[in-house]
Design a protein around this ligand. Structure first.
Ligand code: FE
Ligand code: FE
Ligand code: ZN
Length: 275
């Protein structure tokens, strides 16, 4: 299986690749720029070169880059929307240094404009920044539905995809904590939830998994991640997700509250379930 966690991008790609190997991972996630700011680190071609070699040697799965939290394609203010569009356009350009990976983002918060308007603005932005030549697949993340988050259910994600012109460039990242918090009972009804995903969005659009336990009950709309087995989804529930045949082969990314040792342990644990 492909499993990894979020790594710090501050020392560049080669350092992330090395770190992933040290943790027992064979994929990883990273913020394309300061997650709460917006500044991007300069890309050093020699560093990328080194990483691409390692990626091949180690047979890494697809990387799942993460957009910064400050990006909101459906903000109410035009200048924030423009800022966000510039950010995603620039990120997608940078992603081409490491071709063929995934770029995951939170669809956005409609901040009182209503989900429908949010959906329209997000799709409109994607139609401006997606290009036929790009090798990256952009992933909409399933959201917990806190505040005015768009993507609180499968229907909202489908509605965004429906409005996108270059549909082969978009997919979905299934965040177990968010889906659970959003009201999908993956503990008692995993098969049904995946069936529903298939019916509404299509499992062919499910490219990656954010593998997190949740501190809160199903339907709580809170979004507080817990370590694997320490939350309300629990060890058995998490195990069932990671071993589900319909999810096998996808990159699983841990976004659990851990230090390096904790990630190493969780990666080994999940591997022991599936390998
Ligand atoms: Fe996320
Ligand atoms: Fe996530
Ligand atoms: Zn979350």
């Amino acid at each position: 299986m492909y499993i990894g966690n979020h790594l710090s991008a501050s020392k560049g790609y080669a350092a992330m690749g090395k770190m992933a190997v040290a943790l027992g991972a064979n994929t990883f996630a990273f913020f394309t720029r300061n997650p709460r700011g917006g500044k991007a680190k300069e890309i050093v071609p020699a560093d990328v070169e080194k990483f691409l070699k390692l990626q091949k040697e180690q047979q890494f799965g697809k990387l799942v880059a993460h957009a910064p939290y400050t990006m909101n394609l459906c903000a109410a203010k035009e200048d924030i929307r423009q800022f966000s569009k510039n950010m995603i356009a620039d990120d997608l350009k940078r992603m081409e240094y490491t071709p063929g990976n995934y770029y995951n983002f939170h669809p956005g918060s409609h901040v009182g404009q209503g989900a429908e308007e949010g959906i329209r603005l997000i799709a409109e932005a994607l139609n401006e920044v997606l290009t036929t030549g790009m090798t990256t697949t952009v992933l909409l993340e399933t959201m917990a539905g806190k505040g005015s988050e768009v993507g609180r259910n499968f229907e909202e994600l489908r509605a965004i995809i429906d409005r996108v012109k270059l549909q082969d460039k978009v997919g979905v990242c299934f965040d177990t904590c968010h889906v659970w918090d959003g009201g999908y009972d993956i503990v008692n009804h995993l098969d049904e939830v995946l069936e529903e995903f298939d019916r509404v969005i299509g499992l062919n659009r499910l490219y990656a998994v954010h593998f997190n336990d949740s501190m809160n009950a199903c339907g709580a709309h809170k979004d507080r991640h817990a370590c694997i087995g320490e939350g309300c989804i629990g060890l058995e529930g998490m195990k069932r997700v990671s071993t589900h045949p319909l999810l096998s082969g996808k990159p699983f990314i841990l976004e659990t509250p851990n230090d390096d040792e904790g990630y190493k342990r969780e990666i080994a644990l999940v591997r022991s379930w599936t390998e």
